[in-house]
Design a protein around this ligand. Structure first.
Ligand code: COA
Ligand code: MG
Length: 289
């Protein structure tokens, strides 16, 4: 297996109330079609989550490729998965994926070598809480069909209290999502046939995350070219990273970035249309004030 370098970045939206100049810098650096997409969000929380995801992607590709941030071009495939439009073979092949939930935004990325470009990464983050309208047993009854018998026997272990069940559920959910997001196929996969067995000998809480003892079987076949990391972030978020045909040289933790590390100065941030766009966005309501 060739040499890979892995990046794990996180951003906490709870620590950031954007000012107009900050937002203008952020918005100036994303592509017009993304600006149009973001403006459709009702809540500013969702707008900012997705915006920060775009900034993480740009910083990541710029850092790995040596291109200036404005030179980095992104596109989306037919299923909406963003990718870097890599022109020429003189830049390293890389794979990245963003996930956001609650107040966290994550990016996981991995670079490789041009001689061996068939690898990829997917990631997902979930808050360890159940906040749906239905009761937990009713919710579980509906979700059961998305898990294998083995997975469900772990999630619903009788001696697991409610919090433990929710945590076990979220860990499996993140793993499935990270896998599906690497593939980029959305929810077209028969999730019940994708069975994870998590490391039950160690705990996310007490161990220095990540846990790396997870294995995957698809249609009963062990998937040996896949590796997984499970992370615990800020005590109540779990996250998973799926690695296809690659293995990070070390299993590090997510590094929290500050907004200043994501903003790039540019004259475009002073454009009237950018300022007007940001003023409009800042009028959107927060979910929790
Ligand atoms: N594949 C991989 N990544 C994708 C993607 C795709 N098809 N489409 C978008 N993304 C990226 C984008 O960066 C996106 O950010 P954006 O919405 O700000 O543009 C980000 O992934 C979204 O990921 P996340 O925040 O984790 O959102 P999600 O978990 O709600 O959705 C999907 C993930 C869209 C890829 C898709 O898997 C989905 O709709 N899942 C539905 C839930 C489900 O049934 N999951 C079963 C698992 S048990
Ligand atoms: Mg998700």
């Amino acid at each position: 297996m060739s040499k890979h370098i892995c990046t794990r970045w996180a951003f906490d939206l709870g620590s950031w109330r954007p000012t107009l100049p900050q937002l203008s810098q952020a918005v100036a650096s994303i592509q017009p079609e993304e600006r149009a997409r973001l403006m459709k969000f009702h809540f500013i929380d969702d707008f900012l989550s997705s915006l920060i995801g775009r900034l993480l992607m740009r910083k990541y590709v710029s850092t790995c490729s040596g291109l200036q941030p404005p030179e980095v071009k992104f596109a989306r495939d037919v299923r909406g998965k963003p990718y870097w439009v890599r022109e020429g073979n003189d830049r390293p092949p890389l794979s990245f994926n963003v996930s956001h939930q609650g107040s966290l935004v994550l990016l996981a990325g991995i670079t490789g070598e041009s001689s061996d470009p068939d690898f990829g990464i997917g990631t997902d983050v979930m808050k360890i809480e159940y906040s749906g309208g239905k009761s937990l047993p009713e919710f579980f009854r509906l979700m059961k069909s998305k898990f294998s018998t083995e997975e469900w026997s772990y999630i619903g272990r009788p001696h697991h209290d409610e919090r433990e069940q929710v945590k076990a559920f979220m860990r499996h959910w993140c793993l499935k999502e990270a896998y599906v997001k690497e593939l980029g196929v959305g929810i077209t996969v028969d999730l019940q046939r994708i069975s994870f067995s998590v490391d039950t000998t160690r705990s996310l809480e007490t161990d220095v995350s990540p846990l790396i003892g997870t294995s995957l079987r698809c249609h009963d076949k062990p998937m040996e070219n896949w590796h997984f990391e499970e992370h615990l972030l800020q005590e109540d978020y779990c996250a998973a990273i799926a690695f296809r045909n690659c293995l990070p040289p070390e299993h590090g933790r997510f590094k929290f970035l500050q907004v200043e590390q994501l903003l790039v100065k540019s004259e475009d941030s002073e454009l009237e249309e950018v300022i007007a766009y940001c003023q409009k966005a800042l009028l959107k309501p927060y979910k929790r004030s």
